[in-house]
Design a protein. Structure first.
Length: 119
């Protein structure tokens, strides 16, 4: 799993000043865990809330909802350059060279972008 690289490298850079957009499924899954007030609406986009400059769910360097994290977090550092929809590794990730992705991940990311655009 891609998050294993982050844990091995003790890295949470992507969890700081995040602008992660959430799907309805992300919100339902996280809400079912008893969490609330973890996102805000920005002109129809539901964005993961930051507290003190980091993700709402980052506590002492660890994600407290790791198994249930948003789909975008699961796929990161694979991102889609828009508007051309070119899959690429996020230059902000200092360990991007350690991640392995396959064609299914690219399809999953494209499907995620489609879902977010429909919302």
């Amino acid at each position: 799993m891609n998050g294993d690289v982050c844990r091995k490298m003790d890295c949470s850079i992507c969890c700081h000043s995040t602008e992660m957009e959430l799907t309805s499924a992300d919100i339902e899954r996280i809400t079912s865990l008893g969490h609330s007030d973890f996102y805000f609406d920005d002109n129809g986009e539901r964005i993961l809330r930051n507290i003190n400059g980091h993700c709402f769910f980052l506590k002492d360097g660890d994600c407290i909802i790791y198994k249930y994290k948003p789909k975008g977090c699961t796929l990161y550092p694979l991102i889609m350059s828009l508007p051309g929809r070119v899959p690429m590794m996020d230059e902000d990730c200092p360990h991007r060279h350690l991640f392995k992705f396959d064609p299914d991940d690219i399809i999953e990311l494209s499907d995620l972008i489609d879902e977010l655009e429909r919302s």
